[in-house]
Design a protein around this ligand. Structure first.
Ligand SMILES: [Zn+2]
Length: 247
């Protein structure tokens, strides 16, 4: 008689104490359901960078970990490192960002920020500068009314921290001086000559100045800079196109 093998996760709950246990502060980037009750969570953590945690039975009504395992929360997680999986064992909400969860525009921006992080960060590597940007940006999104600046500050500081800074002072392609009457932009500003051969779109000189300030000044300073609605639009397009080009 052939005994049917039971399929179970590599580590059963009874064996948890055999494996090293870790604790870290984190924010959830994405989730993916597995089986009937399980879930994989992708998180960015302060101590380990981007990690994936297996969350056993977390979709059951009775799961005590369930309420904390949602996006847009600052959480502390505990997990054990098994042979093939990191498994969530505890979760505590540190900041529920109440103003984000009450505002549909802020919820959508928080989702966009999490998506950018998930797309741009590939390896599992601790980076305290990236963590600082995440923590500050979610605080800004909760505390500040300036959602434009919150997102633009997050995005450009993040690409800078990851080593993808745009060139904003001379042509990104050839290094020549740029014509300040029209500003062709791709992975940075382009001179008139290079703009003929590279895909690009024009941004305004004032939006370029704002972008330079975003990359050099702190958030409080930037909240005092006046920028027109039209120039905000240029930067929404610039960050969107930049993100597409990085992907
Ligand atoms: Zn050039």
């Amino acid at each position: 008689m052939v005994r049917r093998k039971t399929i179970s996760p590599p580590e059963s709950l009874e064996n948890f104490n055999m494996f090293p246990k870790y604790k870290t502060r984190a924010i959830i980037l994405s989730k993916e359901d597995r089986g009937e009750y399980d879930r994989l969570l992708t998180l960015y953590t302060r101590e380990f960078g981007k990690i994936v945690l297996f969350c056993k039975s977390i979709r059951k009504e009775s799961s005590k970990l369930r309420s904390g395992a949602e996006p847009r929360l600052l959480i502390d997680v505990e997990f054990i490192e098994g042979k093939s999986l990191k498994t969530l064992t505890d979760i505590n909400v540190v900041n529920s960002y109440p103003k984000i969860s009450k505002d549909i525009k802020k919820i959508s921006l928080a989702g966009k920020m999490a998506q950018d992080l998930d797309d741009l960060i590939r390896g599992e590597e601790k980076d305290l500068e990236v963590w600082r940007i995440i923590e500050q940006s979610f605080n800004n999104l909760n505390d500040s009314d300036n959602d434009f600046l919150t997102y633009q500050y997050f995005f450009w500081k993040l690409v800078e921290a990851l080593g993808y800074s745009p060139e904003l002072y001379s042509c990104a392609k050839c290094g020549k001086n740029i014509n300040h009457k029209r500003v062709p932009f791709a992975m940075g500003v382009l001179c008139d000559h290079c703009s003929k051969t590279e895909n690009n779109f024009n941004i305004s000189i004032d939006s370029l100045k704002m972008l330079r300030l975003i990359l050099t000044k702190d958030f409080d300073f930037l909240t005092r800079v006046k920028i027109s609605h039209k120039d905000e639009e240029f930067l929404w397009v610039a960050s969107g196109e930049y993100m597409n080009n990085l992907n």
